[in-house]
Design a protein around this ligand. Structure first.
Ligand code: 5GP
Ligand code: ZN
Length: 112
């Protein structure tokens, strides 16, 4: 738990969220400002600032987070989806607690 981290507060339940999956390592909830009809965030319970703060000790956790993406996307009715990890302010990161965005549904996503 890091004071003033929004996602740590969601993890400990002091800020409500629409949780779609949780276990001992991760919590997954809908993004408050979805950019597509389905948009959820895969978040580790442990506070890690960003992908740039990860090292080999986080390998299994990162793998678990990525493997949850297709499983939960399918459960949410998505056939195709996009994953995104914004890293650092220059990378568009706003919440400095690592998370994987998963989104899709509706129109085909534009090519990047
Ligand atoms: P980032 O820009 O850091 O990759 O993404 C942060 C995401 O968290 C944004 O898409 C934003 O809408 C979402 N977000 C920020 N605050 C909250 C919140 O309090 N609850 C939920 N569910 N999502 C949030
Ligand atoms: Zn945090």
């Amino acid at each position: 738990m890091t004071t003033d981290c929004i996602f740590c507060k969601i993890v400990n339940g002091s800020i409500p969220s629409k949780i779609i999956f949780e276990d001992e390592d991760v919590i997954v909830f809908n993004d408050i400002k979805p950019i597509n009809p389905i948009h959820f965030l895969i978040v580790p319970r442990v506070h890690i600032d960003s992908l740039a703060a990860c090292d080999v000790q986080h390998q299994a956790l990162l793998g678990k987070m990525l493997l949850l993406a297709p499983k939960l996307a399918k459960e949410q009715g998505l056939i195709g989806f996009r994953t995104m990890i914004n890293t650092g302010r220059e990378g568009g990161q706003e919440v400095f607690h690592i998370h994987v965005h998963v989104f899709g549904g509706g129109e085909q996503l534009p090519k990047l």
